[in-house]
Design a protein around this ligand. Structure first.
Ligand code: ATP
Length: 457
């Protein structure tokens, strides 16, 4: 776990422009966050990297971008209309509302995944769990609370015009299975991925951007032959875990947690979560990898009346493919990356520096050109203008060079380029490494290639 408090990390992210409070000038909106200048860049880089690794360069997968609003039958088929409900309890004294499983977990550190509402009530009573807000013990029974946001299409607000904001991107993939199979001409095994917004009316959002009501998911539905699903399940667990490790996340802060049989959905052959030791909890889910068998395609086939199966062109065998789903939230990855990257160091000269060791491939800014003196602005700006076409590059001439280094360390810029008076003569600059703070002289002509080589994933 990070040795820094969550408050310290969050405060750094807010003050340096990664995340702003949503609707701040109106007093905010509970648990809504806006991504600032650096946050928007980091988020985009995370999504671009996922797309590159999981879609563009992956031999099996293709990508789509489906609509947020879908025919309501989708949610009947997927079970979200009936079953996408958390157990919630209300405190009858102060009217606060809590998710029953979270209330129990926080109070007595017990997981109640897979337990019925009655069983959760029993645990609350047996352990005399009191309301965290008012300290009283006077609960309603656990009740279902549907997490889907409802809205209306057209001018009439009635049952017929009701639609839902999608609570996951996966269903947009399942309903397009035939379209993709036809237009991609992929053979099984193949995967369909997408990145997009999802919405859940979470009862207890919180821990900054860890649990929010509006978030982005990067989901892959990987279709394979029945019987080969467990092989691919393991393949995707390994692939996702390696992705996170390659991003430089410390291994001691990571674990893979296979779900116990009683936690598994009845149709699942296996589910594992990649978890991170966030500073606010022991372990928090970042990435879920689930073997969903043929459940989703079967359900959509049943509700739509359309056949969603696969005809093997080599064997003429027809079957409904099994599906393995690796699903991750962009905000969760973002938060994990930031918690892991944050460091406060005491330097030899007695100064303190905050440094974000964000993997260079996703760092919001890759390099910053710093003229040693304002007299060098013209030449340094010209260098910046050249580099900014190659990668995200900033220009900074304000304050001492030390201050500029500190500022860039704190936002995770991997390289600072100092243009000095010698540069005019020798056509070289000093390049400083964020992590090691080492500086070396390098030819301007070689600068772009030098940096590009080091910002690869
Ligand atoms: P949790 O148990 O934390 O609510 P979940 O098991 O419901 O998560 P899934 O439905 O499997 O999550 O969603 C896949 C991924 O989407 C999660 O691993 C997480 O990264 C992300 N995610 C889910 N809900 C939220 C949320 N409310 N805010 C941010 N990210 C979320």
């Amino acid at each position: 776990m990070s040795k820094y408090s969550f408050d310290e990390i969050v405060s750094h992210l807010k003050s340096s422009g990664f995340v702003y409070q949503g609707s701040e000038i109106y007093g905010g909106l509970s648990n809504s966050w806006d991504f600032g200048i650096l946050g928007a860049a980091l988020k985009k880089n995370i999504k671009d990297l996922w797309w590159k690794v999981f879609i563009e360069t992956n031999p099996y997968n293709v990508g789509i971008d489906s609509a947020i609003l879908m025919n309501t039958k989708t949610w009947e088929a997927s079970g979200h209309l009936k079953g996408f409900a958390d157990a919630m309890v209300d405190c009858k004294e102060c009217k606060s509302r809590f998710r029953a499983d979270k209330l129990i977990q926080d109070a007595i550190d017990l997981s109640v995944e897979g337990k019925t509402f009655e069983e959760m009530d029993a645990v609350i009573n047996e352990h005399h769990i009191v309301c965290p807000d008012c300290g009283k013990f006077n609960w309603t029974n656990a009740r279902a609370f549907n997490l889907m946001f409802k809205t209306y299409i057209g001018t009439l607000e009635d049952a017929k015009s009701t639609v839902y904001l999608r609570p996951e991107t996966a269903q947009g993939i399942f309903v397009n299975f035939n379209n993709v199979a036809r237009t991609s001409r992929k053979k099984i095994p193949f995967g369909i991925g997408q990145i997009g917004k999802s919405f859940r009316n979470e009862i207890t959002p919180g821990n900054f951007i860890f649990r929010v009501r509006e978030f982005e998911q990067m989901e892959l539905e990987f279709f394979c032959k029945p019987g080969e699903d467990m092989k691919w399940y393991q393949y995707w667990i390994d692939t996702c875990f390696n992705f996170v490790k390659k991003l430089g996340i410390k291994e001691e802060n990571l674990r893979i947690r296979p779900h116990d049989p009683e936690e598994l959905a009845f149709y699942s052959n296996g589910t594992s979560d990649i978890e991170y030791a966030f500073p606010f909890t022991d372990w928090g889910e970042v990435w879920g990898i689930a073997d969903r068998t043929d459940y989703d395609l079967k359900k959509h086939s049943e509700y739509s009346g359309k056949e969603l199966s696969y005809l093997d062109p080599d064997t003429n065998e027809k079957y409904i493919p099994y599906c393995v789903e690796p699903s991750v939230g962009v905000e969760r990855l973002f938060l994990m990356i930031c918690c892991d990257a944050y460091e406060k160091e005491n330097l030899e000269n007695g100064e303190e520096r905050v440094v974000m060791h964000i993997h260079p491939s996703i760092a919001p800014i890759k390099a910053c050109v710093c003229p040693l003196s304002k007299k060098l602005s013209k030449e340094a700006s010209e260098l910046h203008a050249k580099l900014v076409n190659e990668f995200a590059c900033e220009y900074d001439e304000a304050g001492s060079i030390g201050k500029r280094y500190r500022r860039n360390d704190a936002i995770g810029t991997p390289f600072c380029i100092t243009y000095d008076f010698d540069s005019l003569e020798d056509n070289c600059v000093t390049i400083r490494d964020r992590d090691t703070m080492e500086q070396k002289r390098i030819k301007i002509d070689e600068l772009s290639a030098y940096i590009k080589e080091r910002i690869k994933f």
